[in-house]
Design a protein around this ligand. Structure first.
Ligand code: AMP
Ligand code: ZN
Length: 493
């Protein structure tokens, strides 16, 4: 459809919503900081990719030719921010007694499975950090003379050599939030390693020769190099979780400034060309009641856990869309259940529409006049810094409309779902009924017992009807007589 509302996006650099003005007319080039593949992603991590996906889908909806790149970090991400931690990949490989390459492959596949399950579109390119090491060395060589110094442990970036270091984090003082403990010999507390030397006498599983000795690239260097190599500086939008606004992205920006030959006199960060990307966007965290989500704490909130408990993964996507990406979102099982109910309603509305449309060869239906005001409101919502929670309610209003042309209504919902990515055109009621792993009864048994119960009730044999119901309850089945969605039973997770 022709969309008309101007797109505004909140830029973390300026802390303001700004009209989107592409660097290259008609195009949108987006880089998303991807996962470090040393462990399974938790659902909080996946919120970051649902957000980036909605951004990409919105840009496509607005008519921009999108080039989206997501990286896979398979080297260089340390356990702490202070350059003295271990490489997360090396540590996991040692703990699991496997090669780093096997660890990376396993967790990359697990991440990709979650990406598919959440209807996150495939980006134009996945960039894998270890494929870019030669380019990282070249980039580092290019900025080393003016901006870096060598210590025994590696090549360090001197943050005082670029203008406005830390402006993205809003923490420019030595005592500010962004202060990083010093490795001995660092000139400034916030200086960071762009090349980490392998300590003498040690061999790392992943190490490369460089002008600064054998070693591995720093994590921040990786993203600067991959984003610039594939998208070209400056590109349009760089995304990541809100934690990246404090250290990782300010450090990327510092390197990009150095690479683009920007000195203090050169206009600092106000010139988009100097920070690599014009717009930096950050999603807020998914939290759970017990605090920040952690891969090491208790029941690990992976997407698979949600599925094991009987929740369709797209219910989690809908849960994310209910909140604005810049708001913190609290996870609860009740909230997920409510999101599943909203998804069921949409899917049932589409199923009913499909059933009412005669199969034919006619022209592909378009939304038509009746739906124009809804599409306008939907467009206005997503164009307003991706206000998906409002967009979702507009979609539900359309789903609830009565006495309208079913083919046009379906076309309208399809157009909206191109942005929301809930897959309502292809999902069926049956898909949404996922058997919890712990279930001790099959669907066929449940249906058979319910049929017997119906017969007993018809024969006014209420004692038998109650007994059959109790039998189901004992096996974890909630019988939902009179459910407005016609959902007759539910398996308790
Ligand atoms: P990592 O694999 O640790 O580099 O994280 C992958 C992405 O998830 C990054 O963009 C993080 O900022 C983001 N992230 C981490 N934890 C959360 C969370 N609880 N909620 C939302 N995003 C998160
Ligand atoms: Zn990154």
């Amino acid at each position: 459809m022709e969309s008309s509302a101007p797109l505004t996006l909140f830029n973390s650099l300026t802390r303001r919503a700004e009209p989107f003005v592409p660097v290259h007319a008609g195009e949108a080039r987006v880089y998303t900081c991807g996962p470090t593949v040393y462990n399974y992603p938790h659902i909080g991590n996946m919120r970051a990719y649902v957000f980036a996906d909605v951004l990409g889908r919105t840009l496509s909806f607005k008519g921009y030719a999108l080039t989206h790149v997501i990286n896979i970090t398979d080297v260089g991400h340390l356990t702490g921010d202070a350059d003295d931690g271990e490489d997360k990949m090396e540590r996991m490989a040692a703990a699991q007694k496997q090669s780093i390459w096997d660890i990376a492959e396993h967790y990359k596949q697990a991440y990709w499975a979650d990406v598919r399950a959440l209807n996150i579109r495939q980006p134009a390119q996945w960039t894998v950090a270890t494929d870019y090491v030669e380019q990282m060395i070249k980039f580092a060589k290019g900025i080393a003379d003016k901006h870096c110094y060598e210590l025994d442990s590696g090549l360090y970036f001197d943050v005082s050599t670029v203008a406005d270091y830390g402006r993205l984090a809003r923490a420019q003082t030595e005592d500010g939030e962004g202060r990083i403990e010093a490795v001995e010999g660092k000139r400034n507390a916030a200086d960071f390693a762009i090349w980490r030397k392998t300590p003498p006498g040690e061999t790392r599983q992943m190490e490369w020769d460089s002008p600064w000795g054998k070693g591995a690239p720093g994590w921040h260097l990786e993203c600067s190099v991959m984003s610039g190599a594939v998208l070209g500086f400056p590109f349009d939008i760089h995304t990541g979780g809100i934690d990246h606004r404090e250290i990782h992205h300010p450090n990327e920006i510092a390197q990009n400034q150095a690479h683009c030959c920007t000195t203090k006199e050169d206009g600092g960060l106000d010139d988009a060309a100097n920070s690599g990307a014009k717009v930096w966007m950050h999603n807020n965290f998914l939290v759970e009641r017990s605090g920040k989500m952690s891969k090491s704490s208790g029941e690990f909130l992976r997407l698979q856990l949600l599925i094991d408990k009987g929740y369709h993964p797209l219910a989690y996507r809908l849960l994310c869309l209910q909140a604005h990406y810049r708001s913190e979102l609290e996870f609860s099982w009740e909230g997920l259940g409510a999101a599943l109910t909203r998804l069921k309603r949409l899917v049932m509305a589409v199923e009913q529409l499909k059933a009412g449309i005669p199969a034919g060869e006619g022209a592909v239906p378009t939304p038509g006049r009746t739906f124009a005001p809804y599409l306008e409101r939907f467009d206005a919502a997503v164009s307003d810094d991706l206000n998906t929670s409002v967009a979702l309610t507009v979609m539900e209003e359309v789903a609830a409309l009565k006495k309208v042309d079913p083919a046009e209504k379906l076309a309208t919902l399809d157009a909206m779902d191109a942005v929301m990515g809930l897959g309502i055109a292809t999902l069926s009621r049956a898909d949404l009924r996922i058997r919890p792993k712990s279930a001790i009864i099959t669907e066929a048994e449940i249906e058979a017992t319910l049929a017997a119960r119906k017969e007993a009730r018809a024969a006014k044999d209420f004692a038998r009807s109650d007994a059959l119901r109790d039998e189901l309850v004992a096996k974890g089945v909630e019988v939902m007589d009179g459910d407005p969605l016609g959902w007759e039973w539910k398996l308790e997770p």
